[in-house]
Design a protein around this ligand. Sequence first.
Ligand code: AMP
Length: 482
Amino acid sequence: MKKKNEDRCKFSDLGIAEKFLDILTEKGFTIPTPIQHQIIPGALDGKDVVGIAQTGTGKTLAFGIPMIQNLAKNKGQGLVIVPTRELALQVAEAFQKVGKPLGVRSAVVIGGISQHGQVKALKKNPHVVIATPGRLVDLMDQGIYKLDRVKIITLDEADRMLDVGFLPQIKKILQTIQKERQVMLFSATMPKSISKLAAEFMKIPLRIEIAPQGTSAENVEQEVFVIRKNDKMRLLESILEQYSEDTTLIFSRTKHGAKRIARNLRAMDHTATEIHGNRTQAQRQKALYGFTNGQFRIMVATDIAARGIDVQNISLVINYDLPDNSEDYVHRIGRTGRAGRYGKAISFVAPTQSADVKKIERLIRKTLPVLALPKLPGARTKLPRRETDAERRAGGSGPRQRGRRSGNRNNRTHKHMKPQDKKAQEYGSNISNFITGYDPAKHQGGRMSKKKRGSGPRGPRKGGTRGITGRKTHGGQRRSGR
Ligand code: AMP
């Protein structure tokens, strides 16, 4: 169900160029979300902006639209810094969606894969660079990438970047770029460290707070079960049975836990995949893609790996373990209830964790209702057998998956599986394709068929496209000698 948001406001009231408005309409963006409504006019004027907003509020376009339009007007390069590789790819996808028809080219710079393709993409002087801080600073240190053309910088999910220790890299980036620049900072929460960063590097920013700090998504119904550790899997089994149609994201505190939960779910014949730090970038992308397109109904994730996941139809989030810090609770449940839809978040809480629940309740300014436990299924006596590497890589597609809930297309592609490192390499070389029209669907299950290979990513189009300013661009690239 959609919220009745901002009925009175249209994108055309915000100062966006005619040509850009047409593209937004064509792409289905007709009514700005509250954060877009409040940020776009000031950001188009070149103001520094601090946006306190959760994920799912439309913040990518809130900074993406002004960044693209201001770059078209003033030249230079835009830089978007994000905490995770997944978020980088999703931001790139959003920029591609609205920017490509205007000839905007982006490059993604992330760790975990070869830098070769990224260096090549950077050498082509993209209009926008979307990067994780570690790899970006690495390329700066190697002298491969200079920030001298950067005129607009966005720090997205700044609180998470600081949580994972990226402050030194962020400071280095902000100290390196030219003084005359526009800074846009987005964060779901506003700890002191972020305010300090803003005070040090921004010019009296426009502060837009979409929901009070730490407020959890208002359209997410939240519930708690108090459950002993040993009974969690049985409760999970019961809940997944009850919500058998829901696209479900399950959070585990640890990588090993995520792997174990996913394995158990597959043994129960659920289509489940996993995303955590022990998986290669290629495996993570594949899991995310399979989850997005419905190949897997369930994804098990750790906090870091799950940041930036923008899957529209996640209707249920289960906190199998509570997160280590309460801010992560807000991020986790923000995975559901996106773009005005309703969602549900269920947390498993050990009897000893009441203090942790109180902390979360203080942050979200809400009491979490504790529900009575349903009748739990009997304990499973037989542990699932160890999966083969290929089964696990495919998100679990062993013989059991041919059962009732299988639907796992990877069953058909086992024989095409390549070794992990080769796959990572494959994605590494495809990363620039990804942002210039690469369609993961064409890579389903590993190798593409000959026919599909023939219809792969196309080269530059002859006719060119028009930029916001109406100038003609060639092959998606501006010819301005930049
Ligand atoms: P974000 O918070 O940027 O991750 O966006 C969450 C989702 O909302 C994305 O899938 C966007 O495509 C979608 N979205 C962003 N802005 C709008 C809008 N004005 N109308 C409808 N959907 C939107």
